[in-house]
Design a protein around this ligand. Structure first.
Ligand code: SF4
Length: 408
């Protein structure tokens, strides 16, 4: 990192961050501790304090906090992320109709730092891989990869993921593996990965059966603390050398907590607690919180220098009302069989998260289009059968009614 302008900018940024916390009165939240324990004194040397982990067998070293760039449309935020020390950007071919890959590619290209950064991108969504023959699948993967490279302005992508995998068959699929192996052998992808936010334990267990997939991008957050199948699968795969990137780390509602939660906890405490909880699992090598402004960048990256939970953050994580208030749908799909009208409740809950919490209506539309083999919004008649089986207190009735107002 040296004494580059970037380092100067990073120091200035972190100093501003700490000063802002003092100005906001957050430094006195708990006796003897401040948010992420960043003080002016520590900030002076904080470039050396960024915590790095190695992404499994890829050998790539990444700061524990990376950028989920998917919702970002401001080049200055991407540039600032690099300047403070972020080195890993996550995007996807279908984010913002390809414009997100273009943004990431053009900013890193303009800054002349492509070779200093790790870009992860995702291709081949469930809709794109439906009903293809083996040959069609291989061709599709090749052409999607070319499109991604063109938009990224790069002749390689560091991690190329198969997007939204929710079953073992896709992980083991010969056509996918053959095409992806070819892409890697041609130098177009340095590492191959699977992204998953549904049925994660099964998907990860399948990944751990051999050494084909290098990285898993998985949904993980504090509402899953009791999901022993997932946590065990992660440990097993990490022991085998799989690199893990965490997403959905803020349980969908971290930036938009319900009013009751906000009365008891300020936003920096909520952000730090949620991100630190994930990173206190050493097998999660980095996380990709999404942000589109400088304030959220500051809040998220502050965690990269100190993972110790403050007393207030511990209180937040152990507050049962917080978890109940969030009502995060962890996509366990246990409620599917309970619906007498065959509604795809988990996909509807993910649609709601994208629309109401991310304000990303394109992703919401895409999630709706994924529904196959089950029924959509109008099948729900608010009978609450799913609420009986849901261990995560997801308010399905309220959320589907909101979706009906938007889409039905
Ligand atoms: S609504 Fe509840 S039971 Fe249904 S998938 Fe989500 S967390 Fe699981």
């Amino acid at each position: 990192m040296g004494n580059s302008n970037s380092e100067v900018s990073r120091r200035r940024f972190l100093t501003a961050s700490a000063t802002g916390l003092v100005a906001a009165g957050l430094a006195n939240l708990t006796p003897g501790a401040t948010f992420a324990q960043i003080t002016e004194k520590e900030t002076a040397g904080s470039t050396d304090n960024i915590i790095y982990r190695t992404l499994g067998r890829t050998g790539m070293k990444v700061p524990v906090v990376s950028m989920g760039a998917g919702a970002c449309n401001d080049p200055s935020v991407l540039q600032a992320a690099y300047e403070v020390g972020m080195r890993h950007y996550d995007t996807a071919a279908n984010y913002q109709f390809g414009a997100n890959e273009q943004l990431v590619g053009s900013v890193l290209h303009r800054m002349g730092v492509r070779d200093k950064c790790i870009i992860g991108s995702k291709i081949y969504t469930p809709q794109q891989r439906r009903n293809l023959t083996t040959e069609q699948a291989k061709k599709k993967l090749m052409s999607l990869t070319e499109g991604t490279l063109k938009r990224l302005k790069s002749d390689y992508v560091d991690i190329l993921y198969i997007h939204m995998v929710d079953n073992r068959d896709t992980v083991a699929d010969d056509a996918i593996r053959e095409a992806m192996a070819r892409i890697k052998a041609d130098g177009k992808a340095r590492a191959l990965g699977i992204s998953t936010h549904t049925n994660m334990a099964d998907v990860i267990d399948e990944v751990a059966k051999d050494d084909f997939w290098d990285v898993v991008l998985t949904s993980i957050n504090f509402t899953m603390a009791d999901d022993t199948a997932l946590l065990t699968a992660i440990n097993k795969a990490a022991d085998r050398g799989v690199g893990f990137v965490g997403m959905k780390t803020m349980a969908g509602g971290g930036r938009w907590p319900n009013p009751d939660t906000r009365q008891s906890y300020d936003q920096p405490t909520i952000t730090a607690a949620l991100l630190k909880w994930v990173l206190n699992n050493k097998n999660i090598h980095t996380i990709i919180p999404g942000f589109n402004n400088h304030q959220h960048l500051r809040e998220d990256f502050a965690v990269a220098t100190n993972l110790t939970l403050t007393d207030m953050e511990k209180r937040f994580l152990s507050d049962n009302n917080v978890k109940l208030g969030m009502g995060f749908c962890r996509q366990c799909r246990k409620c599917l069989a309970s619906c007498p009208n065959d509604a795809d409740v988990p996909t509807l809950m993910r649609t709601h998260m994208y629309a109401a919490q991310y304000a990303d209506f394109y992703l919401a539309r895409q999630a709706l289009a994924e529904i196959s083999g089950h029924k959509g919004i109008t099948a729900c008649v608010s009978c609450d059968a799913c609420a009986v089986v849901c261990a995560n207190a997801v308010n399905v009735r309220e959320r589907i009614n909101e979706l009906k107002l938007m889409y039905a």
